[in-house]
Design a binder for this molecule. Structure first.
Ligand SMILES: C[S@@+](CC[C@H](N)C(=O)[O-])C[C@H]1O[C@@H](n2cnc3c(N)ncnc32)[C@H](O)[C@@H]1O
Length: 223
């Protein structure tokens, strides 16, 4: 099954989407200045989900493209952005391993929030990010660490590899040390990799309760 359809079933196949909290990811808020300083105008949110980060970026004056493999998530994002009377956005239903609807070197920045943790082949997806980004374009992504609060219960499930598990049809890979992810960014100049903890509100489908995440947040610039 395609990743997006597994997510559609696990996370977005619930009747009351209004329950979603619209607070943007904290490390997107704290790193927004990088996008402004780099003079980014068009930003791709890869794996945009129900659109909380798209809304935040639009409210901060950026033009956005949201891509997600889960059609139900995009429907929620579309309803949200229309209800907030946003204009400068495009939503695309496609898998991140091959975002063929986006041409080479067309976006100024890419954010991908709590997504690469769930991708079987992050190298391929980061290759797509590099193809689509303009030279000197910015990338903000994160990877869950083994210090993430979900590790304790997800690691009791089906094991797929080292620190990699199956959770309701989707993959979760935890990183122990940032050395594991540095080789993925050969096409980039890494600006920083910081381990950050943040609280996420509950979301229906898989975690309807407040939970704490720990992620390596990578800020990088395409060479
Ligand atoms: C944990 S959610 C995060 C959503 C959003 N970035 C946010 O911060 O609210 C992960 C999202 O990535 C999408 N996704 C996961 N694997 C994907 C893939 N291979 N292609 C496209 N979308 C994918 C899922 O459908 C889901 O919406």
């Amino acid at each position: 099954m395609k990743d997006g359809l597994a997510w559609n079933k696990k996370h977005y196949n619930v009747s009351n989407f209004e329950q979603y909290d619209l607070t943007p990811a904290p490390f997107l808020v704290s790193n927004l200045h990088y996008l402004k300083e780099n003079n980014s105008k068009l930003i791709l949110d890869a794996g945009c989900g129900q659109g909380r980060n798209l809304l935040f970026l639009l409210e901060n004056g950026f033009e956005v493209i949201g891509v997600d493999g889960a059609p139900n998530a995009l429907q929620v994002a579309s309803d949200l952005l229309r209800s907030k009377k946003m204009k400068k956005y495009t939503l695309i239903n496609q898998e991140l391993q091959d975002i063929s609807k986006l041409k080479n070197e067309t976006v100024d920045a890419i954010v991908s929030i709590t997504v690469l943790t769930h991708i079987f082949d992050p190298e391929k997806v980061i290759g797509e990010f590099s193809r689509i980004l303009k030279k000197d374009g910015l990338l903000i992504v994160d990877f869950a660490t083994i210090r993430d609060s979900t590790y304790e219960y997800i690691s009791k499930g089906t094991k797929l590899g080292q620190n990699m598990f199956l959770e309701q049809g989707t993959k979760v890979k935890y990183i122990e040390d940032k050395k594991e992810i540095i080789p993925l960014f050969k096409a980039f100049e890494i600006i920083s990799i910081n381990e950050e903890s943040f609280i996420e509100p509950g979301h229906p489908g898989s975690r309807p309760f407040e939970h704490e995440h720990s992620s390596y947040v990578v800020i990088a610039k395409k060479k």
